[in-house]
Design a binder for this molecule. Structure first.
Ligand SMILES: C[S@@+](CC[C@H](N)C(=O)[O-])C[C@H]1O[C@@H](n2cnc3c(N)ncnc32)[C@H](O)[C@@H]1O
Length: 196
């Protein structure tokens, strides 16, 4: 748990892409990993019966708590990725992970590991444990990270990913991906209404 937040991650282009992508999603129980300002969690709360937002940064969570207080279907939890949750608790898990590459570990909100994909991979594996049958993950990936390697490693986990939404900026392009986990698709239909 991080005790001091130097700066809660502000609403950025990647935040906006995730917001736009999840706007039509409907779920029973949704989870956002790494909530930062909390805007994505608040958006999820409009289409979900129950939403949990988590972040490792306790100070960021305290700031965000104020805007979530009025929402009766939102709970905030301080934890590392999805480590606090039981198996098959959520039918939708979304995240905009830290993805800047490098060996820096000074900014929890942006440092994504050497290739910019290590945190994303860790979150995918963590989230998978708590995803219900037929559930989906939706996450952001940037061209600043080694996306080719990321997609290969995700597929090696037996998870297929399809692009849902894109945003091209002058310095990077962002893609919102949705996961498809074949072993959970046979009998249950996904809970989200997001078109692929
Ligand atoms: C890129 S920011 C995204 C914030 C927000 N979801 C958004 O889209 O604006 C990543 C967030 O993940 C949090 N974070 C970093 N490592 C984490 C971990 N291991 N577990 C949970 N949250 C973490 C950071 O504190 C930060 O708030």
């Amino acid at each position: 748990m991080t005790e001091v937040s130097l700066k809660t991650y502000g609403i950025s282009e990647d935040t906006l892409l995730l917001l736009e992508t999840i706007r039509t999603c409907r779920s029973k129980v949704a989870l956002e990993l790494g909530i930062g300002s909390g805007v994505v969690t608040l958006e999820l709360s409009k289409g979900s019966s129950w939403v949990v937002g988590c972040d490792l940064d306790i100070a960021a969570l305290r700031e965000t708590q104020q805007c979530c207080d009025s929402k009766e279907n939102v709970e905030l939890v301080c934890c590392d990725a999805a480590s606090a949750f039981r198996e098959r608790a959520f039918d939708l898990i979304v995240f905009n992970p830290p993805y800047l590459p490098g060996n820096e570990t000074s900014d929890l909100a942006t440092d994504g590991g050497m290739d910019g994909i290590e945190v994303t991979l860790k979150w995918i594996q963590s989230a998978r444990q708590t995803l219900r049958r037929g559930g989906n993950m939706i996450f952001i990936s940037s061209s600043l990270a080694n996306r080719k390697e990321l997609l290969m490693k995700i597929r090696n986990l037996g998870i297929e990913v399809i692009p849902l939404n894109k945003k091209k900026l002058f310095f990077e392009d962002l893609i919102a991906y949705k996961t498809i986990i074949p072993s959970t698709l046979s009998s249950d239909r996904p809970q989200t209404t997001q078109e692929s």
